[in-house]
Design a protein around this ligand. Structure first.
Ligand code: AFP
Length: 341
């Protein structure tokens, strides 16, 4: 049951709009529309086998990855929900080669929406948490038909970013540039309710998240950093570390937002054409914005992610994010290595 002290997402956004003049009615509508689409995705994910939506779709995306049926459906849900509201100039998705224009029959707005419709999709069939990640940019003035170059803006220009986790509960984590806030989907009310305001990531941690099976492909400073974490109390770091890896970025980042930690998907030499696995525009930038707003750090191991100037829509980058002191420690290994070579 809701009470007068319950803060729904709608009320939160209206209050943010009053407090911060740069948050206008269109941005508020955009967030509400994305949240509504995510509720629909959450229902589809929650049906599991009963919905007949598990398994591969039989298609591939621009990255050459096999698409799951729920990847395709989640993409369609987000596109359809955002087509007609008049708040967007266009959108781009990890699942589509090119930016998606707003159909001519609808009015156009001033924002660009970028999303990974279903992150962690290899976990769908095994009933492990997956999620949606999104990033909001302003469309440059005077541009009515945005092209790739209009989307390729540095992460510092994001006006909002968020992710949902479709897990034991469905969560929406959101930043509009004034802290990072967590909303929980009240399945009886059908609305997202503010459950944690202005979360802060502890600066120190004893937990790291990485896919260790790639160790032999990492560069030297990365090998040394992880060796030292594994050496524990007897090693140079002087403390024992625990490891967790869900392989859904949304779930790994959410754990870090909740109790600290460092998440790493480093550069590796498996495929020289791919500098890391994660996508700058759909994963790294929005997560970096959320993490920084929660007091954490997000870098490539050498540079701040939000300062990177994108050169392509589907560009990949190495990602180190989470507890600030631990991200600094990982960067120090890279700095030391670079200064000696
Ligand atoms: P998808 O977006 O293709 O599902 O990939 C998920 C992901 O990009 C990210 O969510 C995970 O952290 C990472 O891949 C898992 O990668 P590994 O398969 O190497 O563990």
């Amino acid at each position: 049951m809701s009470s007068s002290r319950t803060i729904s997402l709608m009320r939160f956004l209206i209050e943010e709009q009053r407090a911060h003049p740069h948050i206008n009615a269109d941005l508020r509508l955009l967030i509400e529309v994305v949240a509504r689409a995510c509720k629909t995705i959450s229902i589809a994910v929650g049906k599991g086998d009963l919905g007949g939506l598990l398994g591969e779709a039989g298609s591939g995306n621009v990255q050459g990855e096999a698409q799951q049926k729920l990847d395709v459906l989640s993409n369609e849900i987000l596109l359809e929900a955002n087509a007609w509201g008049g708040h967007l100039a266009g959108c781009a998705s990890e699942e589509m080669d090119d930016p998606h224009p707003i159909p001519d029959v609808y009015p156009k707005g001033n924002y660009l929406l970028l999303f990974d419709p279903l992150d962690g999709s290899s976990n769908i069939d095994v009933n492990i948490s997956v999620g949606t990640i999104f990033s909001v940019l302003r469309c440059p003035d005077g541009v009515t038909e945005p092209r790739v170059e209009h989307y390729c803006q540095a992460g510092t220009t994001q006006v909002a970013a968020g992710y949902t986790v479709y897990g034991p509960s469905t969560l929406l984590v959101l930043t509009l540039g004034h802290g990072t806030h967590v909303f929980t989907l009240d399945r009886e009310l059908g609305s997202f309710v503010l459950t944690r305001r202005d979360v802060k990531i502890p600066a120190e941690t004893r937990e790291f998240a990485i896919n260790m099976s790639n160790q032999r492909h990492w560069e030297a400073p990365m090998q040394r950093y992880i060796d030292d974490l594994l050496a524990g109390q007897q090693g140079p770091r002087g403390k024992d570390f625990n490891m967790r890896w869900v392989a859904s970025m949304v779930a790994d980042v959410h754990r870090i937002l909740t109790r600290g930690g460092i998440f790493i998907y480093p550069w590796d030499k498996k495929d020289a054409a791919k500098p890391g696995k994660l996508r700058l525009m759909y994963e790294a930038n929005p997560m970096a914005f959320i993490v920084e707003q929660a007091g954490g750090k997000a870098t490539t191991g050498r540079e701040r992610i939000l300062d990177l100037q994108p050169t392509a829509l589907h560009q990949r980058v190495p990602v180190f994010l989470g507890s600030s002191a631990e991200v600094d420690a990982a960067m120090a290994y890279h700095r030391e290595h670079d200064s000696q070579s």
